[in-house]
Design a protein around this ligand. Structure first.
Ligand SMILES: [Zn+2]
Length: 91
């Protein structure tokens, strides 16, 4: 029993160190990735309506119905209708 205690003290900082290294290895990856296209509109595949990214109605879209568009043309081309509240596209 006397032997295991110092061992634990040695192992614990090692685990913590490894953990923070793992975090560091993962974090830049998500930031460093290719400069992704900005999502401009959020569509709902259930209602076939799309919204601006700051429309309050986009929050009620279920994650499984959520569709992301990078341009107005893309949304319209996919047969989505602009939301009447946030009016994507400006009219
Ligand atoms: Zn909307």
């Amino acid at each position: 029993m006397r032997v295991t205690k110092p061992l634990l003290f040695l192992l614990l900082p090692t685990c913590l160190l490894l953990g923070s290294f793992a975090c560091r290895a993962v974090a830049p990856d998500s930031e460093n990735g290719e400069p992704r296209q900005q999502v401009k509109y959020i569509g709902c595949s259930g209602t076939m309506v799309f919204h601006t990214t700051d429309c309050r109605y986009r929050e009620i879209i279920k994650p499984e119905n959520r569709v992301e568009f990078f341009s107005l043309e893309e949304a319209l081309g996919a047969d989505y209708r602009p939301c009447k509240v946030c009016k994507p596209g400006g009219n």
